[in-house]
Structure formats: structure tokens, C-alpha cells
Design a protein around this ligand. Structure first.
Ligand code: SF4
Ligand code: SF4
Length: 160
């Protein structure tokens, strides 16, 4: 069953947060962008639909904040769950087209990041098959995989 915001907050121990800000101060990503970890936890606790905020996608999931939180709030776990909730509700980061491209690649080849010609060449040089033995090589498996993806909101967002 899908987790609700309340499940995420409870399981992540977010109600124990004392808003000390140590998570924000520890966040390496926050030094470079607008991510304020303490604010994310605060928004989740007061019932704001924090899964809609783009800041969520600036987290690198390094777990520094979670390791340093004095109240054992499972901050990174919460962020990951909030991202899952965001995707289920068709909210994706809009700062780049990269996710769209990844979705299109995934549908077309079975890989979010298909092999580049340069890498295929390097594989040949070191004696490997040009392509790994994955779904991209197996047309039947790829067709089955596409059937699974067909109709998902994620595909619509990817323009498929
Ligand atoms: S470090 Fe923990 S207690 Fe402090 S603000 Fe962040 S989540 Fe809350
Ligand atoms: S897990 Fe995310 S929010 Fe926490 S310190 Fe690392 S980048 Fe920042």
C-alpha cells in the first residue's frame, strides 16, 4: 500500500524534530543551492504538501543530516519517501529535461542511460561484446517491459 504523508512523518520520527537546524548546517548540497533541510522537515510536520517542492530533488542522499540529527529523525529516508510520493502524484523536478530524456531512453532501450558509441568502442578494445547482455539486446523482453510501462503517468510526462 502507498504511504501517506502521515506514514512518512511518523515512520521517519519527524515529530521529534526540535528545529535545531543542525541538518541544514550539515548539508553539503545546501551550501550550493536552495535546499534547506530543516525547512523540509518543518513543512512536512505542519502538513504542507512538501512533496511538491523542487528543493527535494537537490538532496544527494548523502545521509550526513540523518547521522547528525540529535533527535534521530530519519531525514534522508523521509526525503526519499517524499520523492516517491512526488512521483506517484506526477511531480518531478522541472529544472532540466534530463529526467524526460531518461524516461524516453528507458522506454526505447530498457536503459535510462544507454551505451554511447564511445563506450561500445572501448568495450570492443578490451575484448567485451559491444553491448552488455541486457534487455536492449532481447527484443521480446524489451517489448514485455514496454507493455509494463505503457499507461504509467511517468510515461506521459516523458512524452510517450
Ligand atoms: S537536525 Fe534533526 S532535530 Fe535538528 S532540525 Fe534537523 S531534523 Fe530537526
Ligand atoms: S542527505 Fe540530503 S538533505 Fe541530508 S545532508 Fe545530505 S544532501 Fe543534505
Amino acid at each position: 500500500m502507498d504511504k501517506t504523508m502521515d506514514d512518512i512523518i511518523r515512520e521517519g520520527n519527524a515529530y521529534a524534530c526540535i528545529q535545531c537546524g543542525r541538518c541544514t548546517g550539515s548539508c553539503p548540497s545546501g551550501r550550493e543551492c536552495g535546499l534547506r533541510t530543516r525547512k523540509i522537515i518543518h513543512m512536512a510536520r505542519v502538513g504542507i504538501d512538501v512533496f511538491k517542492t523542487e528543493e527535494l530533488w537537490d538532496c544527494t542522499t548523502c545521509f550526513t543530516c540523518q547521522e547528525r540529527c540529535p533527535k534521530e529523525v530519519k531525514i534522508t529516508d523521509i526525503i526519499i519517501e517524499l520523492r516517491n510520493l512526488a512521483v506517484k502524484n506526477s511531480y518531478y523536478p522541472s529544472m532540466a529535461d534530463v529526467p524526460k530524456i531518461i524516461i524516453q531512453n528507458l522506454y526505447r532501450t530498457g536503459n535510462g542511460q544507454p551505451l554511447s558509441p564511445e563506450v561500445s568502442k572501448l568495450r570492443s578494445i578490451i575484448g567485451l561484446d559491444k553491448e552488455p547482455n541486457d534487455i536492449a539486446k532481447d527484443k521480446e523482453a524489451l517489448a514485455d517491459f514496454q507493455k509494463l510501462l505503457d499507461g504509467l503517468p511517468l510515461m506521459r510526462w516523458g512524452g510517450i
